[in-house]
Design a protein around this ligand. Structure first.
Ligand SMILES: [Zn+2]
Length: 354
């Protein structure tokens, strides 16, 4: 087990950081597009930041707001993080920079109307007013129509940044008035380097990266930070189920299926474990393993299993994960998966001593 007493990073450590584009991890392309606009004084009045959850869209929007309002000078391509304006923005205290989040399940017309009314007024103390709309795909139709009015005739000092994970869910009339900036899942090595820099040890960082789906938000969530122990619990339960037989596996499937978010993570653990068995089968290089902290068990299990059985199992697990993203029934898919695992690998696999 990795040591439990290292400093635990939290999502807050990122949002309360001084910010700026320097604080953005693994989004060089998006940063380049935005910083070029800043440098040449040609920022758009409306942006659409599109990309997966937790990859830095909000961080980038705040960095843009800092650069536009930095007191160090005009047309800087990054905020200084030190002036009063940059600091206020980083702490969410700047009156000209607002983050609007969905009120419950939707972004409502009243929220967008308030934004429009505020946008019409000159900045209170900064140079530009920046409105960041989080979860823009959750705008109701009326809210989108109200926003359109602001986007059609934006006051010169206003910048609106829409953040979304599903740009296709936004009306074209809105999208066509925005400059779209694409954010991608963060590359594994960039995320790994970032985690190590925050003080997480290499082994743990690898495990976290393998379960984060390229999302820094997810990588820093408390559940993922305590990953080692969740993995051990899951593998132990699975090992017991495989040993005890079909009835126990059906029971386990039912329990696991109840927690959708946990289920995805557990399947990622399983996929990473099988992947390691495959690696161990073809190489002795411990440093290639995701589960380096349990390298010995990986090697032992790999020895007792034919490569084909490992590959078959890995295929089944990845197929199940695909199916679940396409809304397959979790309990049935999981029953299927567990019974196939039992058939394709010996019951000795995944017997994990806690
Ligand atoms: Zn500044």
């Amino acid at each position: 087990m990795p040591s439990a007493n290292r400093q635990q990073p939290t999502v807050n450590s990122q949002t309360s950081s001084p910010g700026g584009f320097r604080g953005l991890i693994g989004q060089e392309r998006a940063a380049r597009v935005l910083q070029r606009g800043l440098k040449t004084g040609r920022t758009a009045h409306a942006y659409l930041f599109a990309g997966p959850e937790g990859v830095g869209k909000r961080t980038a929007a705040l960095a843009l707001a800092q650069a536009l309002n930095c007191q160090r000078g005009d047309a800087v391509d990054d905020g200084c993080s030190a002036c009063q304006s940059c600091r206020k923005i980083a702490r969410g205290l700047h009156p000209d920079v607002q983050v609007v989040e969905p009120d419950g399940a939707t972004l409502k017309i009243d929220q967008v109307r308030a934004l429009g009314a505020d946008a019409a007024l000159r900045p209170y103390e900064g140079k530009r007013k920046v409105f960041i709309l989080q979860g823009a795909e959750k705008m109701t139709e009326q809210a989108a129509n109200a926003l359109l009015k602001t986007l059609e005739e934006p006051p010169g000092w206003t910048v609106v940044v829409l953040l979304t994970i599903t740009p296709s869910a936004l009306p074209l009339t809105i999208v066509s008035r925005c400059q779209t900036v694409i954010f991608s899942a963060i590359a594994s090595d960039a995320l790994q380097a970032y985690l190590v820099a925050t003080g997480i040890d290499h082994t743990q960082a690898r495990l976290i990266v393998s379960c984060s789906g390229g999302s820094i938000g997810r990588a820093l969530s408390p559940e993922v930070v305590s990953l080692g122990s969740s993995r051990d619990l899951f593998l132990e339960e699975l090992g017991r189920g495989l040993r005890d037989g079909p009835a126990a596996l059906i029971d386990l499937a039912e329990r696991l299926a109840k927690d959708r978010e946990g289920l995805r993570q557990n399947l990622e653990f399983l996929s990473a474990w099988l992947r390691d068995l495959m690696v161990a089968k073809v190489s002795r290089r411990q440093e290639w393993l995701i589960n380096q902290d349990r390298g010995e068990e990986v090697a032992q299990q790999a020895e007792g299993l034919p490569l084909n059985a490992i590959l078959d199992s890995l295929r089944v697990v990845n197929g199940t994960m695909d199916g679940l993203t396409r809304n397959a029934n979790p309990r049935l898919s999981l029953e299927d998966l567990l019974l196939q695992l039992r058939a394709s690998v010996s019951t000795g696999l995944l017997q994990v001593s806690a």
